[in-house]
Design a protein around this ligand. Structure first.
Ligand code: ADP
Ligand code: ZN
Ligand code: ZN
Length: 718
């Protein structure tokens, strides 16, 4: 027995930058860190997390009411990770734990996994052909299930199988529900790795059990996924688990299906799951019954019984960074977790981020390159199309229209990429020049057809199209610029016999629709795809031979210092959809600025050429990755209050080795009636940045109605 009663340090799910001490009371066992406890707080009772056990406390103590877990629900490594997250991202520990724990765990639900519903084909499916002759979606779900084998209910969405159609199949007695979980197994692969793939696989396997970070930089179609699959197979054979982080599961059911086919069963964790499904998947990773977890950003915080490798696919993707609450980068947390667990981390991409490549240059990460496409396929050729003075129709020059026609006539597929949804980005009065703007944000409204309305892409408010100009009363409007809907309209009119699929946030509300569209495209007949960056996400479209980037300039001209990097990555990724099959591909880049240095570097020397010139620019502009950056943001309904608070914050952030930019209104100062200001903090040495942010946390400036936040390693500065 301890001579003094133990003091339990508890983090509470509140946005408070401190923990609270409680007395153990008459509880016989001292709860370890990572155990959930119910404690009194103010006039309520909350579920908190034990983070430490102390000998004494300077405070007067209330007593723990109830110890929820017999065994800690969070292992010591996750408690350590939570503490590291709170320190590195300067975020309240209670709120960090809120992010780490699934909703159900926070509510105090028992830490016991349940048997899940599993779908499989019925024993007798002889009448399938007749029963499904006129139900194509059911047919697709049936075939998918046939190909994949028994599939847990929670995995359906990630694999692009519609639950609704399974229910219909159930009624027709073609499928059945059980609770027999599909078995994990490592299935042999018929693929013979190329020498480059073999070298990458060997290097990663050679570091199992070490905290090594590998960067697999492989051109699109070079077989990166095959490298991951072989590494995971080896990790599973040694009895350990694997974690795969992907940008957006719903957009890439093909990828998830490939893991499923190789390993018999995989688990997923993503935002489309119910709270119960998420908690169950979380618990089964924790107790080791799930071997392979494929998840989006938050999966990097999942518990594991014995994790052996972490893979971050498309590591450059912006979705790995959380932009509210705990503003963590799942990629960076993956690297940290790998170090804490002494396991290798693999960062894969055709277009690695500037940060990652700088870590390679400094020898912190190992560089594994796949420079060739598999099966002797060639990389598509680029062709810069100067559109100054050209008449564009649907955002497309006459020249490019002819090329599109030729590719379609040859029986091929065409992809037109324009990173703007809606019909036209500006509605303008041709008499006085008035432009439609959002009443609540400092942005123009986008003109949409189907339904016909003006929409704000920042606050999502909608307005009818005005009949008369609110400024001069005239009724002649012009639509300036092009979005996906306009390009769709033009291409449909010009190629009435060719199916066209538009893929953007407006059409892709449901995974099923995207999956159905991609399945139709996969059939290989001539087709046109028009879409935004959603089209750049790793889809395998073997019959696309022409990729047209309709507006290459937009990205390069934005004020954000990362804009050129993002633009280059998008162009390379979307170009990578071309020529993935037997026929070679070509990529057209339309630009008003053919001499743009970034664009030239990209076209002439590829992504590495672009990175080389961009690196020099970042270095001379003293921007990341050459300095550490944090942004302090504030917002309020008053125009001045947020700015005023940041002025006070700035006083705590000055010092040797630090540079402040601002405070100043954000580039889009007003969004949904909130005024936003920001302060950039730059430091040559990361330590100085953290010390300054500690001072800010201590000072904890406050002003009525102002919310402020710290964003370490922000992605967006505009
Ligand atoms: P990436 O992820 O680099 O774009 P993928 O891993 O998707 O490339 O591979 C593209 C295609 O090539 C896939 O259909 C894959 O099955 C196939 N593939 C991968 N490696 C090989 C190989 N060594 N030999 C033949 N085909 C391969
Ligand atoms: Zn007018
Ligand atoms: Zn708005």
């Amino acid at each position: 027995m301890p001579s003094q009663p133990a003091v339990i340090e508890v983090a509470l799910p509140r946005p408070l930058r401190r923990t609270f001490d409680y007395a153990l009371g008459q509880h016989a066992l001292v709860p370890s860190p990572g155990t959930r406890v119910r404690v009194p707080f103010g006039r309520s009772h909350v579920v908190g997390m034990v983070v430490d056990v102390l000998d004494s406390s300077p405070h007067e103590l209330k007593t723990i009411e109830h110890i929820i877990d017999e065994e800690p629900i969070l292992s010591p490594d996750l408690v350590d990770l939570a503490r590291w997250l709170a320190g590195y991202y300067h975020h309240p520990i209670g709120d960090v734990l809120k992010t780490v724990m699934p909703v159900k765990a926070r509510q105090g639900a028992k830490a016991e996994p349940v048997d899940e519903v599993v779908w499989r084909l019925a024993a007798d499916t002889t009448n399938a052909d007749t029963a499904l002759a006129r139900a194509p979606t059911q047919r697709a779900s049936f075939d998918r299930l046939h190909q994949l084998g028994p599939t847990a209910d929670a995995e359906l969405a990630a694999l692009g199988i519609s639950r609704q159609s399974l229910l219909a199949l159930l009624a027709k007695e073609l499928v059945e529900r059980t609770t027999v979980a599909p078995p994990y197994e490592v299935r042999a692969s018929a693929i013979e790795p190329t020498p480059e793939q073999a070298a990458a696989i060997g290097a990663i396997l050679g570091s199992l059990g070490d905290a090594a970070t590998h960067v697999v930089e492989g051109v699109t179609g070079s077989g990166k996924t095959e490298v991951y699959l072989r590494v995971i197979a080896e990790v599973l054979r040694s009895g350990r688990q694997a974690l795969v982080l992907v940008p957006e599961i719903a957009l890439t059911p093909q990828t998830t299906a490939r893991f499923r086919e190789r390993f018999g069963a995989t688990a997923t964790l993503h935002s489309g799951m119910t709270d119960s499904q998420r908690y169950d998947a979380w618990l089964k990773c924790r107790n080791g019954s799930h071997k392979v977890l494929i998840g989006t950003r938050s999966a990097v915080l999942a518990p594991f019984a014995d994790l052996g490798v972490i893979i971050v696919d498309e590591e450059h993707d912006g979705s790995f960074k959380q932009t509210e609450g705990l503003r963590y980068s799942a990629r960076d947390v993956a690297v940290k977790r790998g170090q804490m667990l002494s396991i290798p981390v693999v960062l894969g991409s055709a277009t690695p981020s500037m940060e990652t490549l700088e870590n390679v240059r400094r020898g912190r990460y190992r560089h594994l390159r796949l420079t060739q496409r598999v099966a002797g396929r060639s990389m598509p050729g680029y062709r810069v199309s100067d559109i100054r003075g050209e008449r564009l129709d649907g955002g497309i020059s006459a020249h490019l229209h002819r090329a599109i026609g030729a590719h379609l006539d040859a029986g091929n597929q065409v992809l037109a990429f324009i990173n703007r949804r809606g019909y036209a980005p500006v509605l303008l009065c041709s008499d006085c020049g008035w432009q439609a703007e959002c009443d609540h944000c400092d942005v123009k409204l986008t003109y949409h057809r189907l339904p016909r309305q003006l929409r704000c892409h920042h606050c999502d408010r909608r307005r009818p199209i005005p009949r008369k100009c609110p400024s001069c009363g005239a009724s002649d409007f012009v639509l300036v610029g092009t979005g996906t809907q306009r390009t769709e309209e033009t291409l449909r009119t010009r190629h009435p016999g060719v199916p066209l699929y538009r893929i953007d946030r407006d059409t892709t509300r449901s995974t099923r629709r995207l999956e159905a569209d991609l399945a139709a495209v996969a059939e290989g007949k001539p087709a046109i795809l028009v879409g935004t960056q959603m089209l750049a996400k790793g889809h395998h479209l073997p019959n696309v031979t022409l990729v047209a980037v309709l507006d290459a300039d937009g990205g390069f001209l934005s004020p954000d210092f990362r804009a050129p990097e993002r633009a280059a990555q998008l162009i390379v990724q979307v170009a990578g959809r071309a020529g993935r099959g037997d026929r070679p591909g070509e990529v057209w880049i339309q630009t008003f600025d053919p001499d743009n240095a970034n664009l030239r570097a990209l076209i002439e020397s590829g992504y590495s050429g672009f990175v080389e010139s961009e690196r020099l620019r970042r270095e001379s502009a003293v921007m990341p990755p050459f300095v550490s950056l944090a942004i302090v943001r504030a917002e309020s309904s008053s125009e001045t209050a947020a700015l005023e608070l940041l002025r006070r914050a700035a006083d705590t952030l000055t010092g040797e080795g630090l540079e402040l930019l601002g405070p100043a209104p954000a580039p889009i100062a007003r969004r949904a009636d909130r005024y936003r200001s920001q302060l950039l903090l730059l430091a040559r040495r990361r330590r100085d940045l953290h010390l300054a942010l500690n001072r800010l946390e201590q000072a904890d400036p406050r002003a009525g109605g102002v919310r402020w936040s710290i964003d370490v390693d922000p992605l967006d500065t505009a």
